[in-house]
Ligand binder design. Sequence first.
Ligand code: TYD
Length: 221
Amino acid sequence: MGAEAKQPATTDAARGRGCFIAFEGIEGCGKSTQIHRLAERIRTAGRRVLLTREPGGTPVGEGIRRLLLEPEYGTLDGLTELFLLLASRRSHLEERIRPALERGEVVLCDRYADSSVAYQGGGRRLGLERVEELNRLATGGLMPDLTILLDLSAVEGLRRITARPGAEDRLESEARAFHERVRGAYLEIARRRGGRYRVLDGAGAVAGLAREIWEAVSRLL
Ligand code: TYD
């Protein structure tokens, strides 16, 4: 909690008139489906939407995304990975998110700073507070008005992305332990942030989940 309390307040002037909403969760939690539905709904309500994602969102960010995700670059050590993610975040924030907020748009971001806290801090064990500190440096403390966390068990998330129910080898159990740590870190972050987080059950039906998301978001618009 201490680290969170030190976070500088971001003034309305610094963040513009827009609204910043992030989606978080482990792989397979259904973020992409929901974020696209939400974007449509907000556009139908007459607001301009910037739908974007991390890592990526700018030419530099997309280059970094390739370094991180394409197998030809091999496995990076945790801190190297984190610094690349932070560089991508910084360029994304300055070139796309902040200008959109200044124009009064609704920014929907598929993953933001808390992905690093959960994946690198929790999953890769770099420590939640250490990653939060580096996030503050990269973002100047600009955090979403609301984060939707689609919570899902690691077993179910992995089942959805591999579509191979029942296969149980060493790699899969390592992947499960990693995703369990990521999930646990997300729930810990959500607990600390209180009102700025909405935790929803990612195992729920798509339409019901979309309704709950709209309920939380429409209050902010
Ligand atoms: P992506 O294919 O976009 O997955 P998803 O649809 O689940 O978002 O790949 C993004 C991957 O990068 C995903 O495994 C999470 C990881 N990641 C981190 O480890 N740390 C971060 O800060 C971010 C933004 C993503």
